[in-house]
Design a protein around this ligand. Structure first.
Ligand code: ADP
Ligand code: MG
Ligand code: MG
Length: 207
């Protein structure tokens, strides 16, 4: 069974609930090594997305992903807005106008999302950013693509959680946290945490 536009919209509504539940946690993480707005920024963006979905759900999965992209780009701000926006935009382009997404399409969309984040932010694995969560997620998603959509997303979520945890000892080399130099070590990167929360939600688990 593939993933329809309604399924993608449901996943994004669930993501909005999880972001709201974890807003304070993301704010606290960003306060430690950034400016403390990551939870607020994302919550604003996902709340705006839910309002748009309440008005109209686009006909195709790609259309829903494109709506997420444009909404996040115009409402989230900071570093994460353009980065998540680009991720959703590349994912939308990758799936085209297909009516349903199979496991291969979902793995391909995640891969395209990562390419977009890297093209935009120029971060590599080990720089202590969302790329540290998304990169292993894409590797795991590709490896699981012979299964179902749920298998792909579960594998991606598990890998993203480990990837996010791996940011704790790292010294940040991109974004605001890099201004702290060595003092950024010992903290979980907020963007890596939000990426792992989003993927866990897309896989159907609670945040
Ligand atoms: P800002 O730092 O502008 O306040 P946010 O707090 O919303 O933006 O987002 C911060 C997160 O963005 C970081 O935790 C990190 O994961 C991510 N980030 C910052 N710069 C980059 C980059 N160049 N590439 C990838 N991710 C980045
Ligand atoms: Mg911030
Ligand atoms: Mg900011």
């Amino acid at each position: 069974m593939g993933c329809t536009a309604a399924d993608v919209a449901d996943a994004l509504r669930a993501a909005a609930r999880v972001v709201a539940e974890h807003r304070d946690e993301l704010v606290r993480l960003d306060r430690e090594i950034g400016d403390g707005d990551h939870g607020e920024n994302l919550n604003r963006g996902f709340a705006a997305l839910v309002s748009k979905l309440d008005e109209n759900v686009p006909a195709s999965p790609g259309g829903v992903l494109r709506l997420a992209a444009t909404t996040l780009i115009s409402t989230v701000g900071g570093a994460a807005g353009p980065l998540y926006g680009t991720a959703f935009l590349r994912a939308a382009t990758s799936v085209g106008d297909a009516a349903e997404l199979d496991a291969e399409a979902v793995a391909g969309a995640l891969s395209a999302a990562l390419e977009g984040v890297v093209a935009r932010g120029k971060a590599e694995v080990g720089d202590k950013t969302m790329v540290d969560a998304l990169t292993p997620a894409v590797v795991a998603a590709r490896a699981a693509a012979s299964g179902g959509v749920r298998d792909v997303l579960t594998a991606a979520a598990e890998a993203a959680e480990m990837g996010a945890e791996s940011t704790v000892p790292l010294v940040a080399r991109k974004g605001r946290a890099s201004y702290l130099g060595e003092r950024s070590a010992g903290h979980l990167d907020p963007g890596a945490r939000s990426t792992s929360l989003l993927l866990r939600t897309f896989a159907g688990g609670a945040g």
